[in-house]
Design a protein around this ligand. Structure first.
Ligand SMILES: *[C@@H]1O[C@H](CO)[C@@H](O)[C@H](O)[C@H]1NC(C)=O
Ligand SMILES: *[C@@H]1O[C@H](CO)[C@@H](O)[C@H](O)[C@H]1NC(C)=O
Ligand SMILES: *[C@@H]1O[C@H](CO)[C@@H](O)[C@H](O)[C@H]1NC(C)=O
Ligand SMILES: *[C@@H]1O[C@H](CO)[C@@H](O)[C@H](O)[C@H]1NC(C)=O
Ligand SMILES: *[C@@H]1O[C@H](CO)[C@@H](O)[C@H](O)[C@H]1NC(C)=O
Ligand SMILES: *[C@@H]1O[C@H](CO)[C@@H](O)[C@H](O)[C@H]1NC(C)=O
Length: 656
């Protein structure tokens, strides 16, 4: 009896050794508890989850049934120029993925992710939380700069890269110091080649394979480069898709670099170091549990049941339509601040909000609104627009410059609001575009189901009183706008849609729109890096096409054409929202309904098409829109908003 405890102790120790053996072999455990890891170790963690046929069938069934709602499916058989390069056979690709042998769940998920990514439609993407849990970073954000004196373009490592990278903290750059990699000397150096190819060609490759979101190649190229933006109310500097992709496949990149005082270019291998942007975990099992398994937000709910449970039947508000791209980067990445020296020095004026930053440039000739998003607080935005314009009126400014760099969209009606305000539409005139949604058999049943259950726009996006007829009269809630369907032919296929819809924005405005424009439209200019998507694209189009405001884009690849807008679809639907429409109308049991996702992912889609005009059946998204003005970035402007605004004002306004 006496030696039993020690024997037990011995046995326990032996047991623990045996038990902990798999634990130390667990590649996720190896990188757990740390903010950074080597990309090969992250990949080893990702690869530790075996391929699972149940997950494949679940994901592909959801993806396939969501595509039934996708307004642009038939267009993808043959996209018109200049977007032809994004053409893909959607159903054939799903079929290929269904038949491919994968060694790991990671490879399957990556294939689905990249298939939708490369459609270059930021409204329509399969996003996984699991294998985007890390962001790969190199201390070399890139930018194409023009030297006006030498009249030369070149690709450079951002001249402010040291200040930017220091903001990431020692957890990041300490790694480079520990391996004696001198990352500081890279700042501002010219890049002559990446992986042995011309830097513009390499950047184009990244734009085509990793950026996604935007049909226009030059807009994607700007997404590869570093840029300023606003995140969570403050200025931020994006690393760009080459220096900061969520894809951790690359361990390093070889750059040929021309250092300022060196006679010969030098080959430098720059290693990536990965940053955890997903949720913290202890081992493989907990990595899966927090980052990969479906949670309560993955799927939709039956709103009838939810509201019956909490008894708040009478307090439902109509949900506002949204059109925005989902950049993994924007939504999840640690946003690194724009280093202090580059922040605007002009003070902000009243009207500045989380998403709108308003200034009067020195000299009092030009007012600037940096409209960084149409999302956030729905009412603060309206107040911000009104107050900014009042500030400009008080300062007596003559010109209005609107910066929409990295504006990924947001509430459809806030785009109408800003447009209506600038154009002085008052309560007359519609500030948006005609739109339709796709009349697939399940969509038709959802509408009929909603009518039978007497569910209006406070329940459903599909309900008719979300919309007006094209003459402006709001639809009656129990009106079936998909019966009869409108029958079109797209690329030789029959494509059915609803009848044309108008948004009903006026009802949601808390401030009356003026009946006269404050600025002559020729004194209004919209500038950006082209990453003006969704609601932003609709807004910029209306200002340019209907009111002849000036539009300028910066950046892109020198010598090639560039669009000023991206993803001009009228409304996006995330998977939980579509699933909520299905469940709330009791359609979940329908054979056409997608099942609940069993992994933490989202299959979002463009749910409403915006048409180029009321007498055209051409989607606005596929009409090419070149900016009236195009400028390169310089060392002074690429990361310095106020310098860029002053430059743009002097170029675009007669009197700035
Ligand atoms: C596949 O995944 C499902 C859902 O997560 C799980 O229930 C099942 O056990 C997995 N199959 C295998 C063989 O691991
Ligand atoms: C994948 O292929 C199998 C076998 O042909 C089929 O039963 C299944 O429905 C397909 N899955 C999807 C999502 O198309
Ligand atoms: C009731 O449930 C709905 C749906 O989950 C939710 O949106 C709403 O905020 C809840 N209301 C209250 C008072 O809890
Ligand atoms: C610009 O306006 C501000 C505030 O109204 C005023 O203080 C300043 O003197 C003006 N500057 C010029 C150059 O007119
Ligand atoms: C607008 O059009 C609808 C559908 O055609 C019609 O029912 C309604 O009366 C019209 N409204 C006006 C004011 O003409
Ligand atoms: C479209 O086709 C359907 C039959 O598929 C028909 O019922 C409907 O009336 C047609 N729509 C129009 C506007 O002609």
């Amino acid at each position: 009896m006496k030696f039993l405890p020690s024997l037990l102790g011995l046995w326990l120790t032996a047991f623990q050794v045996v038990r902990s053996a798999p634990a130390t072999d667990d590649p996720c455990a190896k990188i757990s508890g740390k903010a950074y890891a080597l990309p090969r170790d992250v990949q080893a963690c990702y690869r530790s989850f075996p391929f699972n046929e149940t997950i494949r069938q679940n994901v592909l069934t959801v993806v396939s049934r969501v595509f039934d709602f996708y307004t642009f499916e038939d267009y993808y058989d043959k996209l018109p120029d200049p977007f032809h390069g994004s053409t893909v056979d959607i159903r054939a690709t799903i079929d290929r993925i269904n038949k491919t042998e994968y060694a790991h769940d990671y490879h399957f998920m990556k294939d689905v992710y990249e298939f939708t990514l490369r459609m270059n439609d930021g409204h329509t993407r399969f996003m996984t939380s699991c294998y985007t849990a890390y962001q790969n970073l190199i201390p070399a954000p890139l930018i194409s700069l023009y030297d006006f004196k030498k009249q030369e373009h070149g690709v450079f490592i951002a001249p402010n890269s040291v200040e930017l990278i220091e903001l990431l903290g020692e957890g990041y750059y300490g790694y480079y110091d520990s391996i004696n990699f001198d990352w500081r000397r890279l700042a501002g150096a010219e890049v002559l080649a990446i992986e042995g190819v011309d830097p513009y060609d390499y950047v184009t490759r990244v734009a085509d394979w990793q950026s996604g979101n935007y049909l226009d190649q030059n807009i994607r190229i700007n997404s590869v480069f570093t840029s300023y933006r606003i995140v969570n109310g403050g200025y931020s500097q994006r690393f760009g898709d080459l220096a900061g992709p969520v894809d951790v496949s690359a361990a390093d990149l070889t750059f040929k670099i021309k250092f300022p005082n060196a006679p010969e270019p030098e080959d430098v291998v720059i290693p990536y170091y990965s940053n955890l942007i997903g949720l913290a975990f202890k081992d493989g099992a907990s990595f899966w549990a927090v980052n990969c398994a479906a949670d309560r937000y993955t799927n939709g709910i039956d709103l009838k049941a939810a509201f019956a449970r909490n008894g708040s039947e009478n307090r439902r508000e109509r949900k506002q339509p949204v059109a925005s791209i989902q950049d993994v980067d924007l939504s999840r990445m640690n946003a690194v601040a724009l280093p202090d020296p580059y922040l605007p020095s002009a003070p902000t004026v009243p009207g500045t909000t989380e998403v709108i930053k308003s200034y009067v440039l020195p000299g009092n000739k030009t007012g600037v609104m940096y409209v960084s998003s149409f999302a956030g607080d729905y009412y603060a935005f309206q107040v911000g627009v009104a107050a900014s314009l009042f500030s400009f009126y008080q300062a007596g400014v003559k010109n209005l410059l609107i910066d929409v760099s990295n504006n990924g969209g947001g509430y459809v009606c806030l785009g109408h609001f800003l447009h209506g305000w600038l154009a002085g539409l008052g309560d007359k005139g519609y500030a948006g575009f005609d739109s339709t949604n796709r009349a697939n058999p399940l969509a038709q049943k959802i509408i009929k189901g909603g009518i039978d259950l007497k569910l209006d726009s406070s329940w459903l996006f599909y309900s008719a009183n979300n919309w007006a007829f094209t003459n402006g009269t709001r639809m009656y809630p129990w009106y079936d706008y998909m019966d009869p369907t409108i029958n079109n032919t797209v690329n030789g296929k029959e494509d059915k849609t609803s009848q044309r819809l108008h948004d009903i924005c006026d009802l949601s405005y808390i401030i009356e729109i003026p009946t006269k424009p404050q600025f002559d439209p020729k004194n209004i200019a919209i500038v950006s890096n082209g990453l003006c998507s969704s609601t932003c694209a609709l807004f910029a189009t209306a200002m340019s096409d209907w009111h002849k405001a000036k539009i300028a884009v910066f950046g892109g690849k020198p010598g090639s054409e560039m669009e000023y807008r991206a993803m001009a679809g009228n409304q996006v639907m995330d998977f939980p929202d579509l699933d909520t429409e299905i469940k709330t109308t009791n359609m979940k049991g329908d054979p056409l309904a997608p099942p609940d996702l069993i992994v933490k992912a989202n299959m979002r889609h463009n749910w409403r098409t915006a048409y180029a005009s009321s007498d055209s059946s051409e989607p606005l998204a596929y009409v090419s829109a070149r900016a009236s003005h195009r400028f390169p970035y310089t060392r002074d402007t690429y990361n310095n908003p106020q310098n860029l605004w002053s430059f743009a004002a002097s170029e675009l306004f007669d009197d700035a």
